[in-house]
Design a protein around this ligand. Structure first.
Ligand SMILES: Nc1ncnc2c1ncn2[C@@H]1O[C@H](COP(=O)(O)OP(=O)(O)OP(=O)(O)O)[C@@H](O)[C@H]1O
Ligand SMILES: [Mg+2]
Length: 276
């Protein structure tokens, strides 16, 4: 279990410094329901990790333990190699973890700038610094190549689903998030909006941000992900580079949880066997 790269001289496949988030033995029970069972998962910086699994597999529960919504029943979360306890979304935010939920938690009646700065408004001489906030909001959207928004003073309620998603992501980027978690970001989107959001996800990774994307859409997953992690009935059955999978294999893992061998996921056993 405790076979991570710790203290091992350069032998691990992913350098320790690149592992932003490490989950070790994460379990979560809701009464008699074991929503997560001893999940080990590594999340590297600058990569998109797709988290897949059937309904009820535990995907949302897993990200909620990282987002500060649920405390795990047992297990350890390490952030940049240090064990952390993430008790609230605010604590997650302070570490640099931003979660974009499907319903997005944006305020429809506020404009884009107000949404991007909600709760963290810039002040100048004790007044809101509207000019600076507007400039930074525009700049962040431009940096992310979000070009379809006509005005940052538009109320968010008037935006399309893809644009809303973009605003929520831009808000996370502006908050200096190092890990952006997205729960089914394209589920409610049309074709071109989906393409727009997938593009945005890739640009986040290019900026060195770690991204975890939950999706039921395997063509989206294969279009955007660097790594795949499959949950089945609360267990992580496999995690690895996306190139190691095709759609058929992914479907098989998602629907049956089957895998060759029977070792623990995430290379744990491979590490202990590699010492010789
Ligand atoms: N607050 C809760 N109370 C009790 N049980 C819960 C709670 N949240 C989730 N569960 C249970 O935990 C399991 C995992 O649920 P979770 O929402 O994480 O699945 P999921 O993989 O996100 O599924 P979906 O693809 O349908 O969104 C399910 O059996 C669910 O019923
Ligand atoms: Mg879910």
């Amino acid at each position: 279990m405790t076979v991570v790269a710790e203290g091992r001289p350069g032998g691990a496949t992913v350098a320790e410094g690149d592992l932003l988030l490490q989950l070790r033995g994460i379990s979560k029970n809701f009464g008699a329901v074991e929503a997560l069972r001893h999940v080990d998962l590594d999340i590297p910086a600058g990569k998109v990790t797709a988290l897949v699994g059937d309904n009820g597999a535990g995907k949302s529960t897993l990200i909620k333990t990282v987002a500060g919504i649920w405390a795990p029943t047992s297990g350890e979360i390490r952030w940049k190699g240090t064990p952390v306890t993430i008790r609230t979304p605010r604590e997650a935010d302070a570490l640099g973890i931003a979660t974009v939920y499907q319903d997005l938690a944006l305020c429809d009646n506020l404009d884009i700038v107000q949404n991007m700065y909600l709760g963290h408004e810039l002040l100048s001489h004790r007044l809101l610094d509207e000019t600076q906030m507007e400039l930074s909001a525009k700049q962040t959207l431009a940096d992310l190549s979000v070009t379809t928004v006509q005005s940052v003073r538009q109320p968010v309620g008037s935006l399309s689903g893809g644009q809303r998603q973009s605003v929520a992501v831009a808000r996370a980027v502006m908050r200096d998030a190092q890990l952006v978690i997205m729960d089914e970001p394209t589920a409610a989107l049309g074709v071109s909006q989906t393409a727009q959001v997938l593009d945005l996800i890739k640009r986040l990774a290019e900026r060195g941000i770690a991204v975890i994307v939950i999706s039921h859409n395997l063509s989206d997953v294969f279009a955007v992900a660097d790594r795949l992690a499959v949950l089945y009935l609360g267990r992580l059955v496999e995690a690895g580079p996306i190139d190691a999978y095709d759609t058929q294999r992914a479907v098989e893992l998602i629907t049956t949880g089957s895998k060759n061998g029977g070792v623990s996921p995430n290379g744990g056993d491979a590490v202990s066997g590699a010492g010789a």
